[in-house]
Every structure is written in C-alpha cells, then in structure tokens.
Design a protein around this ligand. Structure first.
Ligand code: FES
Ligand code: FES
Length: 133
C-alpha cells in the first residue's frame, strides 16, 4: 500500500523536533481527521531556510509527508519553498494511496502558515503567499 520512501520517512522521520526562537512557526489542523502538524523555520537574513523542524500528531502518511517536506524546503529560498506543494511532496515520496492524499495537505499548509508568521513578524509581503485559514 505504501511506497518504500513513505515507509522510510515514517519509520525514520527527518527533522523531528522544535527550533528555539524560530523565524516562523505554523500550526495547522486537518478538518477531515483532526490531526495536527506544526512546522518551525529558521530563515537567515538572505531569506534562505537554514533549518526546518516539525511535530506531527497524526497518521503515518502525515509523519512521512512532514519529514519529506522539511527535507525539501531546507536550503531553499522562500520563493522555492512556496513550490513545495503537497503534489511535490507526494511525488518525492513516490505517491500516496488516494485515501491518504488529504494528509499530505497538512505539510504544505503548515509551511505556508510558518512563512506567513515569518512575513508578519518581519513586516514583509511574500508574493504568492495567502493568509492561512
Ligand atoms: Fe488521523 Fe487516523 S484519522 S491518524
Ligand atoms: Fe489525518 Fe492522515 S489521517 S493526517
């Protein structure tokens, strides 16, 4: 049912934890199942995401997508991080079963919420980023 990459990121998730004094933090919930994901970003003064950590209270697919999403945004600038969509994360994991697609939305939403928090704190506008719901 799950790809090898999903199983790998579920059993050995990368970047689990918190960042002290993060540049931005985003917490989102999944309306469908009630699961929660939080993403922390450390962004330097050149706008590069130096570090990214997550905490997920959710299913295996949510853990695996959080893990992969943190790997994908690390080292990227904000514009590139916005391209880390749920589809990009799913592709990087070699797909998810259809019933688990909603789980992958959490990672994209949490990254966007963390970027929104960063933009708000620094009083900047990020092109193409919408206010989280
Ligand atoms: Fe979210 Fe089962 S419904 S983990
Ligand atoms: Fe809730 Fe996967 S079942 S995030």
């Amino acid at each position: 049912m799950y790809s090898e990459k999903v199983m790998d990121h579920f059993t050995n998730p990368r970047n689990v934890g918190e960042i002290e004094n993060p540049s931005g933090v985003g917490t989102v919930g999944n309306a469908k199942c009630g699961d929660i994901m939080r993403i922390y970003l450390d962004i330097d003064d050149k706008g590069i995401i130096n570090d990214c950590k997550f905490k997920t209270f959710g299913c295996g697919a949510a853990v695996a997508t959080s893990s992969m999403a943190t790997e994908l945004v690390k080292g990227k600038n904000i514009e590139e991080a916005l391209k880390v969509t749920n589809k990009a994360v799913m592709d990087a994991l070699d797909g998810l079963p259809p019933v688990k697609v909603h789980c992958s939305l959490l990672a994209e939403e949490a990254i966007h919420a963390a970027l929104w928090d960063y933009a708000t704190k620094n009083n900047i506008k990020i092109e193409g980023l919408e206010k989280p719901k």
